[in-house]
Design a protein around this ligand. Structure first.
Ligand SMILES: *Cc1c(COP(=O)(O)O)cnc(C)c1O
Length: 358
């Protein structure tokens, strides 16, 4: 037996490392990033702030100023607790540490956000993924309620809207799941900038529901900042698993600066929502392509039988990178996921789909 086999935990060895595609030189429509950059003026002001940052000092461990701004911008109820993570991925890990342990279960839906399953695997949690309804990716309530009853999950994650399908689940279904869950239900609102639906105002109404957000999809993916808001009793326990100083000096300064110019980001995300409707219509008119309605900054499409790989490869040859989902889950057969780009990028995509180069 090699040293690796002897010491690396089998559940870790069994995982395929999270793969990020090489996008150099390509129009990047694969990772739900905001395509817009900052004006020269904004960059100048930001650079000035960074110039004066004291990187020899540890950051504020509670990121007080930034947290206050997040409370205001995200309309977090005043009586809610808030903790910050180095991206919401880190918060998923904190939750797994705080509520995990021998014999405990993390439950989510499939197809869904892959990090729930990966983090469950490396933290030794049992993972249960309940399949969505095949026709419209809505929640299969019968299967879910049965799985909750059987597995008594410590953690139940629902992305709202869901990734990679883009739809919102019915509010009444989510409410029933929260009521039926013995453990903590985490509503992952990573795509909040692209929908009006939210459970944020309902924090406190349930004793087992918290809301997770991130600044990544809004336009700050490079800074890595997410938050968890919920009843103070839950948040203060989960906060004990947070490493000290997890939000670095540059992220605190930069995110705080960005939030003080929130109207810039609001304009950008409004443009993305408008482009989403436009792109949806154009995709709908293409023979052999079926787009699914989306409340996020991407559109899931289903291609004709056996066409997904060739379309994906064809786009890549024409300089456009999207995400291929075919093969990742049976409900995603022949599926591709397209992130909404700038007007010009979306036009390039539509042209490349209409007139493929061989
Ligand atoms: C992108 C995404 C996240 C991760 O966000 P980070 O803050 O960048 O770690 C979390 N949940 C869902 C559903 C996502 O799509």
């Amino acid at each position: 037996m090699s040293l690796i086999e002897q010491w690396i935990r089998p559940e870790v060895r069994a995982i395929d490392a999270y793969h990020v595609a090489d996008a150099s030189g390509l129009i990047k429509l694969d990772a739900m990033e905001n395509p817009y950059t900052w004006s020269e003026e904004l960059r100048g002001e930001w650079a000035q702030l960074i110039r004066d940052a004291d990187v020899n000092r540890y950051p504020d461990p509670h990121a007080r100023q930034l947290t206050q701004q997040l409370r205001s911008v995200m309309q977090i109820p005043a009586n809610a607790g808030v903790l910050l993570g180095n991206g919401s991925d880190e918060i998923i890990q904190m939750l797994a540490l705080a509520l995990g342990g021998e014999g405990r279960t993390l439950l989510s839906v499939e197809p869904g956000f892959v990090m729930y399953r990966l983090i469950a695997a490396f933290s030794g949690l049992n993972y249960v993924g309940v399949e969505l309804n095949a026709a419209d990716f809505s929640l299969d309530m019968e299967a879910l309620l049965e799985a909750i009853d059987e597995h008594q999950p410590a953690l139940l994650f629902l992305a709202y809207p869901n990734n990679p399908t883009g739809n919102l689940f019915a509010v009444s279904d989510v409410e029933r799941i929260i009521a039926a869950s013995p453990g903590l239900v985490i509503i992952d609102e990573a795509y909040a900038p692209f929908t009006v639906a939210s459970f944020m105002p309902r924090i406190g109404e349930f004793d087992n529901m918290v809301v997770m957000r991130t600044l990544s999809k809004m336009g700050l993916a490079g800074l890595r900042l997410g938050l968890l808001a919920g009843p103070v009793e839950w948040i203060s326990e989960v906060d004990k698993t947070r490493l000290p100083y997890n939000i670095n000096v540059l992220t605190q300064l930069s995110a705080s600066f960005a939030l003080s110019h929130i109207s810039v980001f609001d304009r950008q995300t409004a443009k993305i929502r408008a482009a989403r409707s436009q792109l949806f219509k154009e995709l709908q008119e293409m023979p052999g392509i079926t787009p699914f309605q989306s409340e996020a900054n991407f559109i899931l499409v289903r291609t004709a039988e056996e066409e997904a790989v060739s379309l994906f490869e064809g786009l890549k040859r024409q300089g456009i990178l999207i995400k291929i989902l075919h093969g990742s889950h049976p409900l995603l057969n022949n599926c591709l996921r397209i992130t909404i780009g700038t007007k010009a990028e979306n036009r390039a995509l539509v042209e490349a789909l209409k007139f493929p180069k061989t």
